[in-house]
Design a protein around this ligand. Structure first.
Ligand code: SF4
Ligand code: SF4
Length: 329
């Protein structure tokens, strides 16, 4: 930690995340971002620092959230060490049942769903970032519904911090598990990250991106955080079709998040940006409110998938669709 404390001119969380992700220049073999990659969104608020919620925490709030933030930072610090030297394993063929073992291990640690993705698109690597392997284990952790329903609040903020800590701990432990089996693996950073986790989550088949720009999953709706472990294993099963994409059609009738956003930061309909990606929110508008209001999360709270349950909504939606189609025919 001496390296960290010696660091001069610490400015914000972005600096800290960049520091945690800094790879040795001689690491070699990294997969870099593409020419049309987007930059990672900044955590630096667009409002004066003394107006952020964090600056206004009471002493008891600070004492409650400090261990959670320390867990995130400790996990990310440990994660940085996996990059201190290249894993030399050339073995890439793991038995199929190896994935189930990893999945069960991650779920025992608190992951709710786990998928494997091959050939990660370099376009989804953030501009100027790089990843050690093009294949990854992608997983989600759940955030408690009762806490999310208090958004925007300190309780909700603390729950999000817990989620980041869970991601960091699980990533590191799964990484150890894979390395012990003789394969190469590297954790990603719980906060920030080298890739767009939401986009990767959809590509891996964990869920579908809703109009609020977040992943909607069958197990916990929008109340998830996502992370990845990069690996050289290339034999695990991949989802060839994403069965959750119907969600976007549901969104086009729902738009509850659009109406609930206090600063109208969510597009009435997602736009396609210059990189061909789905652009759901006006980030600059969102981040101002987000920073001043405990990380907001009103759109997560408002999303029916966060409370009603994915399968119940799907059943009702399909029923209505069938009736509508038969009336039209
Ligand atoms: S986090 Fe809050 S401000 Fe940002 S899009 Fe969601 S509801 Fe709007
Ligand atoms: S609130 Fe409605 S429109 Fe928004 S993401 Fe959730 S389901 Fe989609």
């Amino acid at each position: 930690m001496a390296e960290l404390s010696q660091r001069k001119n610490e400015r914000n969380l972005d600096d800290l995340i960049d520091f945690m992700e800094k790879k040795p220049s001689n690491f070699g073999g990294l997969i870099h971002s593409a020419a049309n990659s987007k930059p990672r969104r900044s955590f630096a608020p667009l409002i004066p620092k003394n107006e952020t919620s964090i600056k206004k925490f009471t002493l008891s709030q600070k004492m409650k959230v400090a261990p959670r933030m320390a867990r995130v930072m400790k996990g990310m610090w440990k994660g940085k060490r996996y990059y201190s030297k290249r894993v030399t394993s050339k073995q890439t063929k793991a038995p199929m049942e190896g994935f189930e073992e990893i999945k069960q291990f991650a779920q025992k640690l608190g992951a709710i769903d786990v998928k494997f993705i091959k050939d990660l698109p370099s376009k989804q690597v953030f501009k100027g970032k790089s990843i050690p392997h093009k294949n990854a284990i992608v997983f989600t952790v759940e955030m408690d519904n009762e806490k999310i329903q208090t958004a925007p609040s300190f309780e909700c903020f603390a729950e999000v911090a817990k989620g980041y800590g869970d991601l960091a701990v699980i990533s590191n432990k799964v990484c150890d598990f894979i390395r012990k089996k003789g394969f190469s693996a590297y954790p990603s950073t719980a906060m920030g990250g080298q890739m767009d986790y939401v986009a990767i989550g959809e590509l891996a088949g964990l869920g579908a991106i809703g109009y609020h720009g977040l992943l909607i999953t069958p197990d916990a709706g929008s109340r998830v955080r996502i992370s990845t472990i990069y690996t050289n294993i290339d034999t695990f099963p991949v989802e060839t079709e994403n069965p959750h994409l119907w969600v976007r059609e549901f969104c086009s009738y729902c738009r509850k998040c659009v109406r609930s956003c206090p600063v109208q930061a969510i597009n009435n309909e997602p736009q396609v940006n210059e990189n061909g990606d789905m652009q759901c929110i006006d980030y600059k508008t969102c981040v101002k409110y987000f920073s001043a209001n405990y990380g907001c999360a009103i759109c997560i709270k408002a999303c029916p998938f966060s409370t009603a349950g994915y399968h119940k909504i799907q059943k009702g939606y399909l029923k209505k669709k069938t009736v509508k189609e038969s009336n039209n025919s």
